[in-house]
Design a protein around this ligand. Sequence first.
Ligand code: DLL
Length: 441
Amino acid sequence: MARREIQTSIWNPDVECMDPEAMRTLQGERLIKCVHYMYERVPYYAAKMKAAGIVPGDIRSIDDLPKLPFTDKFDFRDNYPFGTLAVPREEIVRFHASSGTTGRMKVVGYTRNDIALWTECMCRSMARSGVEKGDMVHIAYGYGLFTGGLGAHYACDPMGATAIPVSGGNTPRQIQILREWKPSVIMCTPSYMLHIADEMNAMGVGLDEIQLKTGIFGAEPWTKEMRDQIEEKMGIRAFDIYGLSEICGPGVGCSCDKSDLIHLEVDHFIPEVVDAETGALLAEGELGELVFSSVTKEGTPLLRYNTHDLTRLFHGKCECGRTTTRMEKVTGRADDMLIIRGVNVFPTQIEAVMLTYCEVEPHYVIYVDRVNNLDRMTVKVEMTSAFFSDSIKDIERIEKRLADDIASITGIHAKITLCEPRSLPRSEGKIKRVYDQRFTT
Ligand code: DLL
């Protein structure tokens, strides 16, 4: 079925299409203000600056940013719950939090201005993805401490769009709403979109019964191959929205209709990409860890916060007319990287190979364990219903071909097991794809 037309727009052309030099000046001014603000109000960051022998006066322009010390998830852990706040708790109108690998939640406080700033950024993302006045927006990101649901929700009002706060879960009800209320926009994780698509198919709900035109997906790594599958299965355009709780939630950036790269809201969140080992600043186009300075936030501002997400940055004007820095799709974070027999492997590398096969579905799980001191990787992936009915010989043939193709990309030979359709676990939010049993007792 042909996709419905979408009309994208530029929410804030003054900023999104700003002359790059003027943007750097603006960033510099905001950075200088933020450094003073943090130094005076946030003891843990003042201590870091003192330890690095830096005073606020040392930061005179955007070029001085690399002089500043990094922040990390450990700063949230060490200052849990409210020690990262730059304002008295009474000025915070909302908290969000995300669970971290440190075992303690990363708690982020928003003042009224912070909520307004977040909303502005979300409006930019949504306009970029084809949301217009009058659209009905089905929000299937979770509502709660997770930022997905409420972040999307608050932008609907200024856009003149209607929010449907469905939240995640209860898939039959999601489908009922898609079919009976006919929203034009959906927002959820890409893995949940695929699950909804499969359930629609199983229930015999056709694309002619729904009226979605666009989807805004994020909160987890996903490949271009996964995007193509979503666009085809749902008959929509699929956009990539990026964000993290510590910086504001969704809306730190979003792709446009002219490229796969993600435009970042650089007037508020100054990006850098640094070498994972040395922390040295990397040049345009080099792969490294993404670092943000959220220079206009009041509640929990952060300077040089290392997200550990891996990407590359690109400057220069986009075909869509925007001039803001863009980043490559985040295909994983340094924490997601598996080291198998000394070789670095990202789950998204495996996904990209598998999704080129018409015999399998984009539902997979990766297990890693250790047998006789040797790492072993097993990938379970679902077959399509059509292929499932084929003979055992064909199944073995595809398993071998997949294993060979994955080995040629990653350098690791994985055991591939094709499973029955609809047999692997599904997710209603962020999906867990990797089960690493090597480090569990
Ligand atoms: O996932 C915020 C969000 C909600 C983004 C809804 C987009 C849509 P956290 O739970 O703090 O916040 O997780 C942040 O998720 O550092 C990335 O590793 C990953 N992530 C988020 N968006 C993308 C994306 C939300 N578009 C962490 N592509 C980030 C790849 C993403 N990874």
